[in-house]
Write a new protein. Structure first.
Length: 406
């Protein structure tokens, strides 16, 4: 493993997790609880961002696979995230009457945030060889969880208002992302990372390449499975603070402390299962983790009291950290070097924030049943269906690679 690159790479994951957790914990509540944005439209933000990525991220990823320049696009995405999120918080501070404009700015920031991982995740292949890749991915996931714990702890004293923690979180994110943006040296650094003539050709060939990739790549089953189970689990994460508010009327300070406990377990899960996956194999480890989720989700859905929910939630953190660490490592072993960025662009469509079907399913259940305790419990339970579907894909769907894709 390249220890210097691994440190910078993990530090970036640490940095972006600070805004991830604060916006997830506080900004979601400001938009839905304070601003009156419906659960459906809140979840639609993530679905719309995913559609935008679907038509742009693979094209940009194809450029970096061919020409290099992933850090160039990572830097642009990081700056775009900082600016859009910053304007979203600034407009929100003017009052709840601007919630629609805030939602639009949050959507733009969400797009750039997701786009950054199109270029960030493939860098794993530069950092570690295949035998140590799950461990390196686990270290990155450990840093991510630690960043979320620090992000909550450092802003806890400002949690009297739901917007208070957000500006400090944004500043912390950008400052800690700078070492990666400045000092990380990728293996290929082109003189012109964005070539407009090639970009036009990539756009015209997009449909054809999309078909060829999913028809023949051995990574197809993993990408489909990841789309399904990650869609469910991150939909649950995006709505976590809202569940605690609507179902259990939990104070914000208690939400923060509970989430910190979950994140500590997530850090342990990421680094532990990264080590385990290097020995058992990432596919075997991934199947074990998904089986654990199929047990955990029904238990969470039917938890009768907040105490029971909290006791169940904290060990679930092990499954969160391990899932992302092992999934990322496994995919990196399936993708050939020439398709590494392109393949990870589809992975990123489902990573970090929920993708498409999960948020719309969740929002529809809440809209039809009203914001009642039962509606949220049914919504949690419905996510187990997506996890089961993803596990079945991994168990029974095998793809033979075509020489053309290799």
């Amino acid at each position: 493993m390249d220890k210097k690159k691994l440190f910078l790479w993990a530090l970036y994951d640490f940095a972006n997790s600070i805004i991830y957790v604060n916006f997830l914990l506080y900004f979601a509540q400001w938009m839905v609880i304070d601003g009156g944005l419906s659960d459906f439209w809140y979840n639609a933000i993530f679905a719309i961002a995913t559609v935008l990525l679907l038509f742009t991220a693979p094209i940009l990823a194809a450029q970096t696979d061919r020409n290099g320049g992933r850090k160039y696009f990572l830097n642009l995405s990081t700056i775009g995230t900082f600016i859009a999120y910053g304007f979203a918080v600034w407009v929100a501070s003017m009052g709840t009457g601007y919630v629609v404009w805030v939602a639009i700015l949050f959507l733009i920031g969400q797009y750039f945030y997701q786009l950054s991982f199109v270029f960030y995740n493939p860098m794993l292949a530069e950092i570690a060889d295949e035998k140590h890749r799950a461990r390196a991915s686990g270290i990155g996931q450990f840093a991510n969880a630690c960043g979320q714990v620090l992000g909550i702890g450092a802003t806890l004293s400002l949690a009297g208002t739901r917007l208070g923690p957000l500006f400090p979180a944004l500043i912390g994110f950008f400052v800690l992302a700078l070492p990666m943006m400045i000092f990380y040296k990728e293996s290929r650094t082109p003189s012109a990372p964005l070539r407009l003539s090639e970009l036009k050709n990539d756009a015209s060939a997009y449909v054809k390449k999309f078909y060829r990739f999913f028809a023949f790549s051995v990574a197809t089953p993993m990408l489909i499975a990841f789309f399904l189970f990650n869609d469910a689990l991150l939909t649950l994460s995006n709505n976590y603070s809202i569940i605690l508010e609507r179902v259990f009327a939990t104070p914000d300070s208690t939400k923060s402390l509970l989430l910190m406990g979950v994140l500590v377990m997530s850090a342990i899960g990421g680094i532990t299962f990264g080590w385990i996956a290097d020995r058992l194999g990432p596919l075997t480890a991934l199947k074990i983790i998904l089986a654990g989720w199929l047990v955990a989700l029904p238990l969470l859905a039917f938890a009768p009291t907040f105490t029971v929910f909290a006791i169940l939630t904290i060990p679930v953190g092990l499954l969160i950290g391990s899932l992302f660490a092992v999934s990322r490592a496994y995919l990196s072993t399936l993708l050939p070097k020439e398709d590494m960025g392109y393949g990870f662009s589809f992975y990123t469509l489902a990573e970090r924030f929920a993708t498409f079907v999960g948020p719309l399913t969740w929002g529809t259940i809440i809209s039809l049943g009203g914001a009642s305790h039962l509606s949220y419990r049914v919504a949690i339970m419905s996510m187990a269906v997506f996890v089961l579907a993803g596990l079945l894909v991994l168990l029974f769907f095998r793809q033979r690679a075509s020489p053309a894709i290799r």
